[in-house]
Design a protein around this ligand. Structure first.
Ligand code: BGP
Length: 472
């Protein structure tokens, strides 16, 4: 039997990063919430390494993009930082150096034969907009985001054909308004649900503007990047299954349904109404969400969510929280990435593929992030100075095998992007865990291709690879 897995023609073999995690904050006219947070609380970041320099992409984009070409990538996602491109946040007037920089990055990407995918928001709200208006709590900020997007479309839409509005918008809700892992670390369920609505509205409004500007007619496509964490119940009891459905409605369908179907899951709206925490919205805004559906979907997948029915006595004093309806389940024996503390469960790739095929109109989609962050990779360096990251190659292969199975059963997946091409800054984890095909020495700034970088080149050239000998 032929052991080779071949992917559909024209498949994207690529990798993703974001502006705030790779560029460094050189010459930006504004600070993001992360620039600000680091300034006031540097100890919140691993080894107190902040977003000032990151991987120096602002200065080294030419060499970096040449390396991406060298490892065979045919597509690359990064983000345009609102705090770099826009000089006047109210009017959307661009900053000259920001325009020069993103023009140069886009042109250089294309001249290396790589398709640029440009995202507009990767957790990097300008801090002024939080201080003045409460950030995503405010509908005025939604309008300002549309102005920023419009500026980007007008400047770069002639060359960039794949756009995405947000990266992992649910993380804004979770990190900033529920579970305190991103500044401003507010714990307020009602505000969180308003933010959830406003960010959906912002995405749909930008999509509407994209179409009004005629970018679709010029061959442009616009989507959103969602981190889908399928919720698996502890058991097949009705209570556990119901808990997993609710968790799924809060953390997956709350963006997936509006993005693809134009409306929120009924179950979610019903619960929020019952609990008195439903967002404020107008009929006109609902209409924008209804019409502003995506052309394609990007799916970031790292880990599943394991859920069990709420146990008596496990309610807490944080006020209303989605966790009212489920408990997270710490499944015994689960396979872990010990550095990041995330479960490794490759089969979810297949489940996601089939869910999109069957419940989301089989919309065109791609894996926009998948990866394994590992600490202390220097210990895997061989005599030639190459990091032998076989664990990462195996991780990718296992996930790709399940993705391939989903595709062969008809799921409309057109690509696979890993996180990330070149080791980059990981928010509060800074440079603790490395994900790249290319290693960065933080002291010398030297970049070297890891074994996985050589592997992906072959995969991309062959549009596939030989299966692992035994299925895991
Ligand atoms: C995703 C984000 C990325 C990236 C990645 C790895 O959720 O979109 O920005 O950081 O996760 O996670 P981390 O950096 O937290 O290890």
């Amino acid at each position: 039997m032929d052991n080779k897995l071949i992917f559909p023609e024209g498949f994207w073999w690529g990798s993703a990063t974001s502006g705030p995690q790779s560029e460094g904050s050189f010459n930006k006219p504004h600070e993001s919430i992360f620039d600000y947070w680091y300034k006031i609380e540097p100890e919140a970041f691993f080894d107190k390494v902040g977003p000032r320099i990151t991987s120096n992409f602002y200065n080294s984009y030419k060499e970096d993009l040449a390396m991406l070409k060298e490892i065979g990538l045919n597509s690359f996602r990064t983000s345009i930082q609102w705090t770099r491109l826009i000089k006047d946040l109210e009017t959307g007037e661009p900053d000259e150096d920001g325009v020069r920089f993103y023009n140069a990055v886009i042109d250089e990407t294309i001249s290396n034969g790589i398709i640029p995918v440009m995202n507009l928001h990767h957790f990097d709200l300008p801090i002024e907009l939080y201080e003045k208006y409460g950030g995503w709590e405010s509908k005025h900020v939604v309008k300002l985001f549309v102005r920023f997007a419009e500026t980007a479309f007008k400047l770069f839409g002639d060359r960039v054909k794949y756009w995405t509005t947000f990266n992992e918008p649910i993380v804004i809700v979770e990190g900033q308004y529920l579970y305190e892992f991103h500044y401003p670390k507010v714990v307020d369920g009602k505000k969180a649900m308003q933010v959830l609505y406003n960010v959906n509205l912002a995405s749909a409004s930008v999509i509407k503007r994209f179409r009004e500007l005629g970018l679709q007619e010029q061959g442009g496509k616009i989507g959103i990047i969602l981190n889908l964490t399928p919720a698996y119940p502890r058991s097949d009891s009705d209570e556990d299954i119901e808990a997993s459905r609710i968790a799924d409605a809060f953390f997956n369908a709350s963006f997936l349904d509006p993005a693809v179907k134009g409306s929120f899951p009924e179950k979610l709206v019903e619960l929020l109404k019952m609990d008195g925490v439903l967002w404020e919205s107008t009929v006109e805004e609902d209409r924008v969400i209804n019409e502003g559906t995506v052309d394609f979907l990007g799916v970031n997948y790292y880990q599943p969510r394991r859920v069990k029915a709420k146990e008596a006595g496990s309610l807490d004093d944080r006020g209303w929280m989605p966790d009212k309806y489920f408990d997270n389940y710490d499944m015994p024996g689960k396979r872990m990435n010990p550095y990041r503390g995330w479960e490794i469960y490759p089969k979810a790739m297949y489940d996601i593929a089939i869910n999109i095929r069957d419940n989301y109109d089989n919309i065109p989609w791609f894996i926009s992030e998948n990866g394994m962050g590992v600490q202390g990779e220097e210990k895997y360096v061989n005599e030639e100075g190459i990091i032998e990251d076989d664990y990462r190659i195996e991780f990718f292969k296992e996930h790709l095998q399940y993705l391939h199975q989903g595709i062969s059963e008809g799921s409309n997946c057109f690509g696979y992007h890993t996180w990330t091409p070149i080791d980059c800054w990981s928010w509060t984890n800074a440079y603790k865990n490395r994900y790249g095909f290319i290693a960065v020495d933080l002291k010398t700034k030297n970049k070297t291709i890891k074994k996985s970088g050589r592997w992906i080149k072959e995969v991309s050239e062959n549009n596939g690879f030989y299966k692992l000998s035994q299925d895991k």
